[in-house]
Design a protein around this ligand. Structure first.
Ligand code: Z5A
Length: 220
């Protein structure tokens, strides 16, 4: 191997992986993310666990704006742009630097949430979302996406168990979450980077499947 190609190989080998968790409310993403972190760390892999919208102090401020009911209406276009504004901050200030250090990033929601919620749920055009995604994070995309899928009624009942004041999304009706779920499943069928996991089963079973799905990127 020549010097330059050897260096490039080395750089590729040391770059981390981006693993995203997706699903409707109450699917178990946050719970499963913690189990995945433990599974990766037990293999000696350094993990950065984060979430969207948010993940850095400034992006968390955008999260508060977009999830809060606030005093003024928030049009779907404004909501979409705020999601991508928060994402750009998150990618620049946390995700890309972590990947470049060789850490594996576990992200509770990423652009597939925008495709599902703002695209499927709110009806924003898919091509506009893809244009924004291409502009905001052209170089950072998931290596693996775990879609935790479950019936809407079950997700909402789990989430209701630990809810305080409902945020702007939690206040949506069942039909909204059915559209979100349907879009997630379309994405899951269309792209090989997805592992779709039946999240209606007991937590231990769901977690075991999620850890098993890591095999795809551990071997890559
Ligand atoms: N949003 C958007 O619209 N566009 C975007 O681009 C992005 C986000 C990035 C905030 O997300 C909102 O932002 C979100 C979409 C929107 N709104 N909604 N809906 P969030 O991730 O912060 O909020 P969330 O999805 O509502 O989180 P969540 O309800 O906490 O869901 P979860 O993380 O998937 O679930 P969990 O906290 O791990 O589990 C919920 C409960 O169920 C808990 O008591 C668990 O112990 C229990 N649980 C979990 N799994 C099981 C199983 N298998 N069996 C039994 N009980 C279980």
């Amino acid at each position: 191997m020549s010097g330059v190609s050897g260096m490039l190989e080395g750089r590729r080998a040391s770059r981390g992986r981006l693993i995203t968790l997706e699903g409707i409310e109450g699917a178990g993403k946050s719970t499963v993310a913690v189990a995945l972190r433990e599974a990766l760390e037990s293999r000696g892999i350094e993990v950065c666990l984060t979430r969207e919208p948010g993940g850095t102090p400034l992006a968390e401020r955008v999260r508060a704006l977009v999830l809060g009911h606030g005093e003024e209406p928030l049009a779907p276009q404004a909501e979409l742009l705020l999601m991508f504004a928060a994402r750009r901050i998150h990618v620049d200030n946390l995700i890309r630097p972590a990947l470049e250090r060789g850490q594996w990033v576990l992200c509770d929601r990423f652009t597939d949430a925008t495709r599902a919620y703002q695209g499927g749920g709110r009806g924003m055009p898919a091509d506009f979302i893809e244009t924004l995604a291409g502009a905001v994070h052209p170089d950072v995309n998931p290596d693996l996406t775990l879609l935790l899928d479950l019936p809407v009624a079950l997700g909402l009942s789990r989430a209701a168990g630990r809810r305080g004041v409902p945020d702007r999304f939690e206040s949506e009706d069942v039909a909204f979450f059915e559209r979100v779920r349907a879009r997630y499943l379309e994405l899951g069928r269309a792209q090989a980077r997805f592992a779709v996991i039946d999240a209606s089963r007991p937590l231990a079973t769901v977690t075991a499947d999620a850890v098993a799905a890591l095999g795809r990127v551990l071997q890559a």
